[in-house]
Design a protein around this ligand. Structure first.
Ligand code: AMP
Length: 413
């Protein structure tokens, strides 16, 4: 049998204790924060019709062209979601007027068939929000403030926000034409991918990682320079609103973000602890056309796996959130074992973390276990204690021991 018989698929992970405790902390704090901003949770299916992603993300994007887990079990081609926005908007578009002015969040696994490496997985997890509504610079600024608040709530410091604009939909053609014309003289010096991108998706040339392409991009006007005054004013208003809230951002006209659905504000948050894959989170304003309907909105997504890597660099680790304390019940004899089962259920009903051995073990072995689980106190009972309705209660920190009745134990618990 293969040696990886017990391993998950490449690029995917089992998430277990103690690491799971930092995930839970992040999820709990995210839910509390979103609640304070009036966002409701939405859980959409992992599988959607492939067309949901093709129509909203765009046919020429890497995610749609190369990275989707798709298959055709019957009439429709289906895909596992590679991101959260398309499915969320598919749902909101079906909710009529109310869906056009909604605030929702999701915490969910995403799937992309990418080459796995540090910080890049095939199943990864995102927490994200979508706020639908007509373009409004204040809504974009609020979305960024919420995202920053989320990172702060986790204890994640040192991240950097870069911001740019894709402009109004009517800017798209002038930007494409302007960039194509500016790149034409350099065409032969561009990498092979970019020579194709000039015709196919010229914006992607702007964020190409190839050094010679970068040098050429530095010499031509930025996309923003081909946009309307209204688009530039919109960007200024977003930056102004963020400044008022004390949120530091850098405007970087070379920031593109790959997906077709973006209009106006786009942003990315990076962290130096992440190495080559330094994008911690992204976001932007979009207009997603589904059938006859175009849904405008703004949203962001933060990757859990990368946020956890950055948190480790900030000294926030899973151990800090592992459950601790509680009570360990020690049973000496059959009668005590049965009575302790009852007492454990009573303590647990009060929300107390409580454990015991379910088979006869020596006193020493049971005390060792109490230490290992980090119990605050140990309750010890044998035949004598059962007969008298009492127990020995040991305080593990102080090492002191006293006799209490079961009524007292339950009352004080
Ligand atoms: P994107 O939808 O590509 O902008 O991704 C948003 C965030 O999700 C990124 O900033 C990452 O934190 C995370 N992310 C995207 N792709 C992956 C991946 N393959 N593995 C791990 N995290 C990812």
């Amino acid at each position: 049998m293969a040696s990886n018989e017990f391993q998950p698929l490449q690029g995917m992970s089992d998430i277990q204790a103690p690491e799971i405790h930092v995930w839970r902390m992040m999820e709990e704090r995210a839910r509390a924060l979103f609640n304070s901003y009036g966002f409701e949770e939405l859980r959409t299916p992992v599988l959607e019709k492939l067309s949901v992603f093709q129509r909203s993300l765009g046919d020429t994007t890497d995610v749609v062209k190369k990275e989707m887990y798709s298959f055709k079990p019957s009439k429709h081609e289906l895909a596992m979601r590679p991101e959260g926005t398309a499915g969320t908007i598919r749902h909101l578009a079906g909710r009529g007027e109310e869906g056009l002015n909604a605030r929702v969040f999701y915490i969910a696994p995403m799937f992309r068939y990418e080459r796995p490496q540090a910080g890049r997985k095939r199943q990864f997890h995102q927490v994200g929000v979508e706020a639908t509504g007509e373009p409004n610079p204040l809504a974009d600024a609020e979305c960024i403030a919420l995202q920053k608040g989320l990172l702060d709530s986790w204890g994640l410091t040192g991240s950097k926000i870069q911001l740019s604009t894709r402009g109004e939909p009517s800017d798209r053609q002038p930007v494409v034409d302007g960039l194509r014309a500016a790149l034409q003289p350099f065409e032969n010096a561009l990498c092979e991918d970019c020579q194709r991108r000039i015709d196919e998706n010229v914006l992607r040339v702007i964020d190409c990682k190839n050094e010679s392409c970068k040098k050429i991009v530095d010499q031509i006007p930025s996309a923003i320079e081909f946009m309307s005054d209204a688009s530039r004013a919109y960007l200024d208003q977003v930056v102004g609103a963020l400044d008022k809230m004390g949120i530091e951002v850098t405007v970087n006209p070379k920031l593109i973000r790959g997906l077709d659905y973006y209009v106006h504000t786009v942003w990315e948050i990076s962290h130096s602890a992440l190495g080559a894959q330094d994008a911690l989170a992204g976001g932007g304003r979009y207009e997603i056309a589904l059938g006859k309907k175009a849904v405008p909105g703004v949203g962001f997504a933060v990757g859990f796996e990368r946020a956890i890597m950055a948190l480790e660099a900030c000294g926030v680790t899973a151990d800090q959130f592992a459950p601790k304390g509680g009570v360990w019940l020690v049973s000496l004899g059959e009668a005590a074992l049965a009575e302790n089962m009852k007492l454990a259920a009573q303590l647990r009903a009060k929300g107390i973390r409580c454990g015991m051995e379910l088979a006869a073990k020596s006193m020493k072995a049971q005390m060792r276990k109490a230490n290992r689980v980090g119990a605050d106190s140990v309750i010890i009972r044998g035949d004598d204690e059962i007969e008298k309705g009492v127990a020995m209660v040991k305080d593990m920190a102080e090492g002191s021991q006293k006799e209490s009745t079961i009524e007292e134990i339950l009352r004080d618990a």
